[in-house]
Design a protein around this ligand. Structure first.
Ligand code: ADP
Ligand code: GLC
Length: 489
């Protein structure tokens, strides 16, 4: 099959969160499985042409936007250690700045123009390549305009080249919606008929996310539980009505993890490699983390790690409500994250008051994120909602036991650890259900008690977690089936 994968971020080129991990891995796995897959990204100013050997491919691709005309060009490279082509839409006035969606002061004010241009350019690129994919697989709001363009843009409708192309819209996070002023509709050349309640209109704004939901052929949420949750008012972020209407075309497919990147046996960013059979190296990783955080050298207390965007959705309001109770536990904390100033500030202040017990590193640091995941005993992820979540899967792979809230992908990937489930090789972590600070602290206490008083069971739990198969191969088959089903429509 021929698949165009369009995303606003992908490792190793540009990243703010898990979307980049998925957009760097899934298309590549499908490519390895023999499909003709190609990836398109914006060429942000931070992407290093030399490092990735980007070469010019097509000059001067003109896209009209209202009164303005943008002239983009396309650059190309092969995905590192793969033959998969990656195309970059280059338009310095839109993408040549620092930052992906914004800078330290919030989102860029021209994100509507930037991503409208990117979506249009991705479709023009196909014409330039004279390559007709069977499926265009788009991701989150930043690429959600493409299904509307394919169904309703007059120049595209006129052109038989685009007629057979189907779309899959993958929902990684419903809370980011790309809702913009209605002027976008005529500016990009779409008819007003798309700006209706049944179309892409959302509270008088034009919504990229709703455009993806309404006009794509199939929808995929990043975990089975999230695919159900988003059809409810509690998790639907206002889109539950539109999603319920598309219920028959919506499936949940669990993300995988890239085991060439996240594998304790071969990870070059950690102090020592280790395997489920020989865990000695994990102790070195722990010692390194203790040293990096100036934490007390006390291996009788578990070390609880967090690597996360510091936002409410990830449960930092709970962490802060419970901060005194957490610090009263027999545990140490290493927190790596960046995000909302209020959380950064509070966590830094708390750590300063509790040296040796809690270390907070504010920043985005990939090598350190590997060290936190490898060196911790427990990994805390109390998300309010979690479409899939990757870090709990990374943790399990490294024998670091997750403590998570039972929501979205967390409840699909972490299986409750009890003495009997551990003995039956099933339990992999600790879950709490209510979004409540006391419930979170209770789950932490349960985990700490097992760690301290039942080392044998703990060891068995680590092995269960490490043995889970989170590889992309399983999910890749499901995507293939989904793409094939589009041919029957
Ligand atoms: P989300 O995409 O909602 O942030 P995921 O768990 O799917 O959550 O993915 C988060 C990704 O971002 C993981 O690869 C994680 O390691 C990475 N990450 C998050 N915060 C940081 C940080 N401060 N430094 C380095 N990597 C981070
Ligand atoms: C989003 C979600 C996260 C998911 C990731 C990759 O950022 O918040 O839960 O793992 O996308 O799909």
């Amino acid at each position: 099959m021929k698949i165009l994968f369009v995303a606003s971020e992908a490792v190793p080129f540009c990243k703010t969160g898990g979307l980049a991990d998925v957009a760097g891995a899934l298309p590549r796995i499908l490519h390895e499985r023999g499909h003709d897959v190609r990836l398109v990204l914006p060429r942000y100013g931070d992407i290093d042409n030399n490092r990735f050997r980007l070469l010019p491919l097509m000059p001067e691709m003109k896209v009209r936007y209202g009164e303005r005309t943008f002239a983009g060009s396309i650059m190309r490279c092969s995905y590192p250690k793969s033959q998969m082509p990656v195309y970059f839409v280059d338009e310095p006035s839109l993408f040549g700045r620092k930052g992906i969606y914004g800078n330290g002061h919030g989102d860029f004010s021209d994100n509507d123009v930037r991503f409208a241009f990117f979506n249009m350019a991705a479709l023009w690129l196909l014409k330039g390549l004279d390559w007709q994919p069977d499926v265009v697989h788009v991701n989150d709001w930043q690429t959600g305009l493409i299904p509307a363009l394919l169904r309703h843009h007059p120049e595209i409708l006129e052109d038989p080249f685009y007629r057979e192309i189907k779309t899959v819209f993958m929902i990684h996070n419903l809370s980011y919606q790309g809702n913009f002023n209605r002027h976008l509709v005529p500016s990009i050349g779409l008819p007003w008929s798309v700006f209706t309640h049944d179309g892409a209109e959302f509270y008088e704004k034009f919504s990229f996310l709703k455009s993806g939901i309404v006009y794509s052929d199939k929808l995929v949420a990043v975990s089975p539980t999230y695919s159900r949750e988003i059809q409810t008012e509690e998790y639907g972020a206002g889109m539950d009505g539109a999603l319920t209407q598309r219920g028959r075309d919506l499936v949940g497919i669990l993300n995988g993890i890239d085991v060439s990147e996240w594998n304790p046996e071969s990870d070059t960013m950690i102090a020592h490699n280790f395997t489920p059979k020989d865990l000695a190296g994990k102790q070195n990783c722990r010692e390194e983390l203790v040293k990096l955080g100036n934490l007390d050298k006390d291996s009788t207390h578990p070390l609880i790690g967090i690597t996360s965007r510091l936002v409410d959705a990830k449960g930092f309001d709970l962490v802060e409500q419970a901060i005194d109770d957490l610090l009263a536990l027999d545990a140490q904390f290493f927190i790596l994250g960046t995000g909302d100033a209020k959380h950064e500030q509070l966590l830094k202040e708390t750590a300063a008051k509790h040296p040796g017990r809690m270390h907070v590193h504010i920043g985005y640091d990939v090598p350190l994120s590997h060290k936190v995941i490898a060196g911790s005993d427990l990994f805390l992820m109390p998300s309010r909602y979690e479409p899939c979540g990757l870090t709990q899967m990374y943790s399990m792979k490294y024998g670091t036991i997750p403590i998570v809230r039972k929501t979205g992908g967390l409840s699909d990937t972490v299986f409750p650890a009890t003495q009997s489930s551990i003995d039956a090789s099933q339990g992999t972590g600790f879950l709490f259900e209510e979004y409540d600070a006391r419930a979170m602290v209770r789950a932490c206490k349960e985990a700490i008690a097992l760690f301290k008083s039942h080392p044998k069971s703990w060891h068995a739990l680590m092995k269960n977690a490490m043995r889970q198969d989170f590889s992309w191969q399983r999910s890749a088959e499901k995507f293939e089936a989904l793409y094939r089903s589009l041919g029957d429509q």
